[in-house]
Design a binder for this molecule. Structure first.
Ligand code: CU
Length: 508
């Protein structure tokens, strides 16, 4: 493994292991014969900087009438066919993005992880308000799942929406270790004819000319140093990028950008009939890439952000940062159209899928997508739907959160500190806490909170668990402290998180 420090490995390192197979029943009533609590056998002696005792996962008993959804995940070494390019990597599944795991709001999920990786791993259920013991943060909410060990995650999924899951171990998320997770709303009347899940990713692992994510991380760590804590306007480290209205949007020039595990030269095709209305669930599973997304020839109506309903807003193009999810509705025209995701501020070929409702030549990677040439919607310009609003309440307290760092030396942190030297945020159960995040850097950072979904007062109460904070921008985000535990708060650029842009929120 790389130059990861012992503390990072043991205390909440994000790093990923690898992905394996999702041998899952995707809904319903299967259940039954899963083995019980697996439990890693790793010693828990060192948990880093006073993260407190690791909680014990007490078994959950289904409530009367509660459906139980059971599955087994097998993170494992695999060879993925990215469309003629074969990647020797780690994954949960043999294809990326194509088979969402599903349950319904209120279900009890029992997911056994059978770790077939040559490494520790963990699984974080990104965006879901799980109980703390199921949050998947090694050294904080559980012991790492050792290689060869099994571990049972049991939690209720309280809120419908579009989610995904990935390891919270090292930079494993930058391999193929992710999969979509859709929590259906039993009361949702739908109102659309088809639903597509579109997972975006930046790819480097296990291919000719691609670097292993652990090597990328080690290279960054070799260039790290102190964090500058003032406003940092140094752009000199950004030597592979292109101008972006988001500032510096990413650090790494990836060899490929993928939609549902395919390079643009070998795109997946979604089919429907002209005039049909389709719900597209977008998930950015990338590690260092903000995507600008459009469906050529169409207007998208954004209906949900990070699982929660928004007041519908039309747009030609949409920015989706790492860890963010957006649902859109589109009424399809007649023909063949490019669904394209351009890596913002980077030179690579946009990720591509084909939408086909009729005759016509399929778009190729060189088909122009005029919608990508103009402005794009940024999530914070959305407003919460009434039904998604948090109850109105003044925050009891405001905590200031400065996002610090720079490219040279490559160092990132929060309130001037790298994770490990950080001072965790405190909250009392029942409190409304306002986090006032100020980005002091020239990069955009998608900041992610575990176990809660913020309400953004300046965005009409917009609910987000991952919010993109632009260079020099301040974003206020309120949370209702209704889920006790120790919860990570970090940048969802995995390299920033691993280099130190991470802290925690603890209930007193
Ligand atoms: Cu960041």
């Amino acid at each position: 493994m790389t130059a990861l420090t012992r503390r990072q490995i043991l205390a909440g390192g994000f790093g990923l292991a690898s992905l394996g197979a999702l041998a899952a029943c995707s809904s319903g009533s299967s259940m039954g014969d899963m083995p019980g609590m697996g439990g890693a056998t790793t010693s828990s002696a060192s948990t880093g900087h006073a993260m407190g005792a690791i909680p014990t996962a007490t078994p959950l008993t289904p409530k009367p009438g509660q459906k139980v959804v059971t599955a087994t995940l097998r993170p494992r070494p695999v060879t993925l066919d990215l469309g003629g390019i074969h990647a020797n990597t780690w994954a949960y599944t043999d294809e990326l993005g194509t088979a969402p795991f599903r349950a319904s709001a209120g279900d009890l999920l029992r997911i056994t992880v059978d770790n077939q990786l040559p490494s520790d791993t963990s699984v974080h259920w990104h965006g879901i308000r799980v109980r703390n013991v199921a949050d998947g943060v090694p050294g904080v909410t559980q012991q790492p799942i050792a290689k060869g060990a099994r571990y049972l995650y049991e939690f209720e999924a309280p809120d419908a929406g579009t989610y995904f899951f990935h390891p919270h171990t090292g930079v494993q998320i930058d391999r193929g270790l992710y999969a979509p997770l859709v929590i259906d709303d039993p009361k949702d009347k739908g109102g659309y004819d088809a639903e597509w899940v579109v997972v975006l990713d930046d790819w480097t692992d296990g291919i000719p000319g691609g670097k292993n994510p652990d090597t990328i991380l080690a290279d960054f760590q070799a260039k790290t140093g102190p964090i500058s804590t003032g406003m940092n306007h140094d752009m000199s480290g950004m030597d592979h990028g292109m101008a972006s209205p988001l500032g510096d949007a990413g650090d790494i020039a990836y060899p490929h950008y993928l939609i549902n595990g395919r390079i643009p030269a070998a795109p997946r095709t979604f089919t429907a009939k002209p005039g049909q209305k389709v719900r597209i669930r977008f998930i950015n599973a990338g590690s260092d890439t903000i995507f600008k997304v459009a469906l050529g020839g169409h207007t998208m109506t954004v209906t949900h952000s990070d699982g929660y309903a928004v007041q519908p807003q039309d747009t030609k193009a949409l920015y989706i940062a790492m860890g963010e999810r957006y649902d859109v509705l589109v009424t399809l025209a007649d023909g063949a159209f490019p669904l394209a995701a351009a890596p913002e501020g980077k030179k690579g070929t946009p990720a591509l899928a084909v939408v086909r409702t009729g005759a016509g030549t399929a778009p190729t990677p060189s088909t122009p997508v005029s919608e990508l040439a103009g402005a794009a919607l940024v999530g914070t310009s959305l407003t919460a739907a009434d039904a998604a609003k948090l109850s109105s309440k003044d925050p009891a307290r405001t905590v200031d959160v400065q996002l610090n760092g720079q490219m040279k030396p490559y160092a990132w942190g929060i309130n001037g500190k790298k994770f490990g030297e950080d001072t965790p945020m405190q909250v009392r159960e029942g409190e409304r806490l306002r986090m006032r995040m100020t980005n002091m850097t020239m990069m955009a950072h998608p900041m992610h909170i575990h176990g809660h979904t913020w309400a953004l007062p300046a965005s009409g109460g917009l609910r987000k668990d991952t919010v993109l904070v632009l260079p020099m921008q301040t974003v206020e985000a309120d949370l209702q402290a209704d889920n006790p535990g120790t919860w990570m708060y970090h940048c969802h650029n995995i390299y920033h998180a691993e280099l130190g842009m991470m802290t925690s929120l603890r209930y007193a």
